[in-house]
Design a protein around this ligand. Structure first.
Ligand SMILES: Cc1cc2nc3c(=O)[nH]c(=O)nc-3n(C[C@H](O)[C@H](O)[C@H](O)COP(=O)(O)OP(=O)(O)OC[C@H]3O[C@@H](n4cnc5c(N)ncnc54)[C@H](O)[C@@H]3O)c2cc1C
Length: 397
């Protein structure tokens, strides 16, 4: 980052916003090659060239300590970056995963692991996935069966992961595996970084409802991992899992409002263009009312995320607040594309035109929005967290 900021005040934020906007003007987002498409989360498509460009800008380690190569800035700096990239439709999905897993390496990595992976990570030269879920361990993650057996100065990983986003594309993954059969649930589980390019890792891409190979199955066939690639305490995976999920639920959803704000501009533009018959969709009162309601909800979503931002890094329990952010933003995404489909349904008679890319996107994102709600934890599980951790209600037996 060209700007130097020790204290990220209003003026520093203004300068940083201008810097990001200028970058996006000088580097049009459509020119970055992508490995698979944008699924409408808000953080764009997977692009390693964009990740490298972000590395050159110094955008990857904004919150990390200077001694580890970061910029030591407060969370507001990351908020600023992510909202500008989302509004600019930057292909930042790989950046998201580097930030999420990178934060765990910063917080819990051994000095050896940090020395090996942080420099290329900060340069945007390596990519990451989070391989937590298994065929019979999703909501109930801690029933997982992948094992990590200690052998000398290594661990041997055996088992299968499921639904790993970008699992076929990423270089490395953060995984959780059982290191103790004696201790039940999360008490027997540890977290590791693994190299997915190893020959003892088999990756099978899975097609999602849109036909995109956005996630995959991963098989570990006695993969040897150095003991120094264990994150945090052995059998202490709960700390990294909570951090990773907090990231998914807060930061990955904080992009939804700026992303949808931009989508709403396109929806309005399409609605205002006359149909061949001369009819203008915008002239329908229901369209204007529904768009106004959606515009309000997008701002409510942004305000909810902004209100929640100070909780990040506060040391307080964030689970209920981040669950609320996730449920609200995911449902908003689903409602937005539902509305767009209703509005565009009226213009089905039109041939492909200058706006056809928006109409294509709407179908894609409307389909993907169902999966977005499940990724990172289902709405039922989030509601349960809000009830128990947020409202103090007792979980039913
Ligand atoms: C698009 C997408 C991307 C994903 N990316 C990743 C990834 O990168 N890495 C990764 O590790 N995983 C990923 N996942 C997996 C995701 O985390 C799981 O799908 C999710 O946690 C749900 O687990 P499950 O599929 O096993 O469903 P289950 O846990 O079997 O749930 C099935 C249904 O039962 C309900 N249910 C389950 N338990 C309860 C309960 N106690 N109370 C109330 N209702 C309950 C659920 O809400 C759901 O409706 C992804 C999933 C999707 C759809």
């Amino acid at each position: 980052m060209a700007t130097t900021m020790t204290d990220f005040d209003v003026e520093a934020e203004r300068i940083f916003r201008a810097e990001i906007q200028q970058f996006l003007v000088e580097h049009p987002v459509d020119l970055f090659p992508t490995m698979h498409g944008d699924l409408g989360y808000g953080f764009g498509a997977w692009s390693t060239p964009f990740l490298r460009a972000a590395g050159k800008q110094g955008w990857i380690g904004l919150l990390w300590p200077a001694e580890l190569g970061g910029s030591d800035l407060p969370p507001r700096a990351l908020w600023t970056l992510l909202s500008e990239l989302a509004y600019g439709r930057a292909p930042a999905e790989a950046l998201f995963y580097s930030l999420a897993v990178g934060q765990c390496i910063v917080n819990y990595g051994s000095p050896e692991l940090q020395q090996q992976l942080l420099p290329p990570l900060l340069a945007g030269e390596i990519t990451f996935a989070e391989a937590l879920s298994e065929p019979d361990a999703g909501s109930d993650l801690f029933s997982l069966r992948t094992s990590a057996r200690e052998q000398g100065n290594s661990f041997i990983i055996q088992g299968q992961k499921m639904w790993t986003s970008n699992g076929a594309t990423a270089d490395y993954a953060m995984i959780v595996a059982r290191t103790s059969l004696q201790q039940p649930g999360h008490r027997g589980i540890s977290t590791f970084i693994v190299d997915l390019r190893d020959l003892r890792v088999e990756r099978r891409p899975l097609l999602d409802a849109n036909g995109e190979p956005s996630f995959s199955e991963i098989f570990f066939n006695d993969l040897e991992v150095p003991a120094s690639w264990l994150l945090g305490q052995r059998e202490g995976a709960i700390a990294q899992v909570l951090d990773a999920l907090a990231w998914d639920r807060f930061w990955a959803r904080s992009t939804k409002a700026p992303f949808l704000r931009r989508e709403l501009e396109d929806l309005c533009m399409v609605s205002r263009s006359p149909l061949p018959s001369g009819e203008v969709l915008w002239d329908h009162e229901w369209v204007r009312l529904a768009v106004a309601e959606m515009a309000t909800d997008i701002e409510v979503c942004d305000a909810l995320c902004e209100e929640t931002l100070p909780l990040y890094d506060s040391g307080r329990d964030t689970s209920a607040a981040f669950a609320a952010v996730k449920v609200f933003s995911d449902e908003l995404g689903q409602r937005f594309y539902q509305l767009a489909l209703e509005v565009l349904g009226l213009r089905a008679e039109l041939p492909a035109d200058a706006h056809s890319s928006f109409t294509d996107r709407v179908w894609l994102y409307a389909m993907a929005a169902h999966g977005v709600r499940i990724a990172g934890g289902t709405p039922e599980m989030q509601q349960s967290t809000m009830a128990t951790r947020g409202l103090g209600l007792k979980a039913s037996a």
